[in-house]
Ligand binder design. Sequence first.
Ligand SMILES: [Zn+2]
Length: 83
Amino acid sequence: MVLKIALAVAVAMFIFRLGLTVLRMLATPIPEPPPAGELRKVKLQYRCSLCGTEVRMTVAPDEAPVPPRHCMDDMELQQTEDL
Ligand SMILES: [Zn+2]
């Protein structure tokens, strides 16, 4: 009986903390993007090999950014054009 109460309290505390963490994350302002000077203009086209969706990336933190993900998988780089 005592154990059950202790367990219930522990679970309640855990859920309470989880809620607080989520609230804190929601309350935290989204970090500012780096200054424009640090971003590179790129012209990369990616294609999702699973569903065929294509996206074009125009700005990235560097010239070889991590490919975006779609359908739970990395998208394939289609073409690279120098501006
Ligand atoms: Zn996809």
